[in-house]
Design a protein around this ligand. Structure first.
Ligand code: COA
Length: 195
């Protein structure tokens, strides 16, 4: 892996900016996840709805081009509450004690994606930490495909622990892991210190 791209800029995004650039962000989501354009198009309405939720926060990574800056990565999340689909799925997937310890007041990392051309340069980690920095919530939760992916490695390396493995969400044949971290996240160790 190379070092962090020096010219890249990671910053908090206003909700309005992300809503105005949601198609751009979702193109990154599609490229990063390898999803068909129909899947990406179907995500737009959900993403706009997510941006209206309590506690919504978004971050973006930009790199300079001749024409100006371009978005190459983004992440967003919000407070989860009973009645939301993901909250209720996760509550059902966890035993009562674990759910009680992790769900109340939790922030869901709903999306975190870096365009494949800009991956493995430290931007994903910067986005994750920027998204969760200074949040007044006890925990952050997320679900991610249960496989040895860059995402899984990043989350495990940076403070997330397994709450459930091999979980199947309705309508998706892939197994997922449900992960949680206590906030604040520990600061990431310098890259050179990691094996
Ligand atoms: C997951 C993702 C956001 C990470 O962003 P990134 O910029 O590629 O990651 P970083 O360069 O910040 O690296 C963070 C960690 O990810 C893992 N990682 C990154 N690139 C990797 C590679 N080529 N091989 C193995 N692990 C890798 C490592 O654990 C790395 O930590 P390290 O540098 O200490 O080894 C990005 O790879 C991505 O968008 N993936 C596809 C979409 C996705 O899965 N999103 C998450 C959905 S839940």
């Amino acid at each position: 892996m190379t070092g962090t791209t020096p010219a890249a800029r990671v910053t908090e995004l206003s909700t309005g900016w992300l809503r105005d650039h949601m198609h751009e962000a979702l193109a990154i989501y599609g490229a990063a996840m390898g999803y068909a354009s129909s899947v990406v198009a179907g995500r737009y309405g959900y993403a706009i709805q997510h941006s209206e939720r309590a506690g919504f926060r978004a971050v973006g990574a930009f790199v300079p081009t001749r024409e100006g800056e371009v978005l190459v990565g983004f992440g967003y999340g919000y407070l989860i509450t009973p009645g939301q689909w993901w909250h209720d799925q996760v509550r059902a997937a966890l035993d009562r004690r674990t759910a009680k310890r992790w769900l109340p007041g939790a922030f869901e990392v709903c999306e975190l994606h870096v365009h494949p051309d800009s991956q493995s340069r430290g931007l994903g980690r910067q986005l994750l930490h920027a998204l969760l920095a200074g949040l007044p919530y006890p925990t952050a939760l997320l679900s991610t495909p249960d496989a040895d992916t860059k995402a899984f490695r990043l989350y495990h390396a940076d403070g997330f622990v397994d709450l459930a493995r091999n979980h199947h969400f309705p309508g998706d044949s892939r197994p997922f892991a449900i992960l949680g971290a206590r906030l604040p996240l520990p600061s990431p160790a310098p890259r050179a210190d990691r094996p």
